[in-house]
Design a protein around this ligand. Structure first.
Ligand code: DLL
Length: 432
């Protein structure tokens, strides 16, 4: 369902005009209000008057996570705190978090983009949204909340965790939409199975899953175990939170709300802008954000722009689902490895569960990885030689995908820690 027909199906020419107008206004604003940007632009000799069209965006400087850290907490704010209605931060576990501020208009814009994302997954005012993203400083909970509110749906603000209670509420309140991380949705399925509850028989019909990378195979697993349509929602605190984009029912890339968030793909090594189809780092400019506007923010997320238009009628730029981050890409003996590639293999293999962890270690001068994956109850009682056969099969499949030999260890069911939010897939012992 398209929430905002006029904006979401806008012709390319008109969209460009709009983006140009918004970019020009943005540049004036950040140059005047944020000393960091004035300095950056002066350094490279660019004035607001040099920006005539959206294509001139390439003249502007990038912003990095480090820039935000150096201006922590409020140095990048373009408005006084008295104008700020809400503050969120990233869930970063190392160092200071990234801070995002929201004015009244920012919250209104967030509600609008989230209404689009949730409508794309079929949410209407008649739906009951079980929102199991964490409420708090994390943007997941309140972002979904604002979108569902704008649509007029009934919200269950249950937040993450307390999984048995989630299942009970889901049954009793007849939730129709589920919002949480993809890994948590599978944990919900597992607990429901233990409780003897068949989620497929409940009225649940769809969900917006995001905040961490997940694969198409994982989608199939979620869809079959929960009996729903599972769509990908993307976003990050720096830009707005969830709501930067969402898949539509064609499941063919994430539609970016590009009338608010202007996307580019760059070569992360050189900063050069790459054409549609080429994989690189996603860079986003917030065209209207008032409290914490960002120019060409380097997200570190790896993806590509999908050429051509989607059958759904939306004209927005689409990106491939995020493959991983430049900073969680492992380089093992010269081979680039994203946890999502390993997941892709595991989810397709009979006998193991999509619960896994990748242990990276250094033996002598050599980096090695071991993939620990849970076997399921059905094969637990199999003979040792059958389990060895399965381990070898997983090794072979990963090797043929990555061109890299890895260790594989089958572990007992339910021994890998479950997460209520973002799953921790990589344990890097090299840093310890
Ligand atoms: O995770 C916002 C969010 C909440 C998105 C709920 C979707 C749903 P942060 O905590 O700032 O914000 O983390 C942002 O998470 O740069 C990506 O690396 C990753 N990420 C978010 N959505 C996806 C996704 C929220 N759909 C970081 N696929 C981003 C892959 C995702 N990675």
């Amino acid at each position: 369902m398209i929430w905002n027909e006029e904006r979401e199906t806008m012709a390319d020419g008109k969209k460009k005009e709009l983006q140009t107008d918004l970019l020009r206004a943005l540049i004036e604003r950040v140059y005047e209000k944020i000393p960091f940007y004035k300095k950056r632009m002066d350094e490279i000799g660019v004035k607001p008057s040099d920006i005539h069209s959206i294509e001139d965006i390439v003249k502007l400087p990038f912003t990095t996570k480090n820039d935000l850290r150096e201006n922590y907490p409020f140095g990048m704010f373009a408005v006084p705190l008295s104008e700020v209605e809400e503050i969120h931060t990233s869930s970063g576990t190392t160092g200071k978090p990234v801070v995002g501020g929201y004015t009244k208009n920012d919250i209104e814009m967030w509600s609008e983009v989230m209404a689009r994302c949730m409508s794309a997954s079929g949410t209407t005012k008649d739906d009951i949204v079980q929102n199991a993203y964490g409420y708090g400083l994390f943007t997941g909970g309140l972002g979904v909340h604002y979108g569902a509110r704008k649509i007029g749906a009934t919200i269950i603000p249950i937040s993450g965790g307390n999984t048995k209670r989630q299942i009970m509420i889901m049954q009793d309140f007849k939730s129709t939409i589920l919002t949480c991380t993809p890994s948590y949705s599978l944990y919900l399925a597992e607990v429901a199975e233990e409780m003897g509850v068949d989620l497929k028989k409940l009225p649940l019909k769809a969900g917006n899953f995001g905040a961490e990378p997940w694969s198409n195979n994982m989608r199939r697993e979620i869809e079959s175990r929960l009996g729903i349509m599972a769509l990908d929602i993307y976003g990050l605190t720096e830009i707005i939170g969830p709501g930067v984009g969402n898949e539509c029912e064609y499941k063919n890339g994430v539609h970016i709300c590009d009338d608010y968030f202007y996307p580019e793909i760059i070569n992360p090594e050189t900063g050069e802008v790459l054409p549609p189809g080429e994989v690189g780092e996603l860079v986003i400019t917030t065209l209207t954000r008032e409290a914490t506007p960002l120019l060409r923010y380097r997200t570190r997320d790896i993806t590509s722009i999908i050429p051509g238009k989607c059958e759904c009628g939306r004209t927005s730029t689409r990106i491939q689902r995020i493959m991983g981050r430049t900073d969680d890409m492992l380089i093992i003996r010269g081979v680039n490895v994203f946890p999502s590639q390993i997941e892709e293999v595991l989810v397709d293999i009979e006998g193991v569960e999509p619960h896994y962890q990748i242990i990276v270690d250094r033996v002598g001068a050599l980096d090695v990885i071991e993939v620990q994956v849970e076997m399921n109850e059905n094969i637990l009682s199999d003979e040792i030689k059958d389990l060895e056969w399965l381990e070898n099969r997983i090794k072979d499949e990963i090797e043929s995908m990555l061109g890299l030999k890895v260790g594989v260890k089958l572990v007992e069911p339910k021994t890998i820690a479950r997460s209520e939010g973002k799953a921790k897939r990589v344990i890097d012992k090299r840093k310890i």
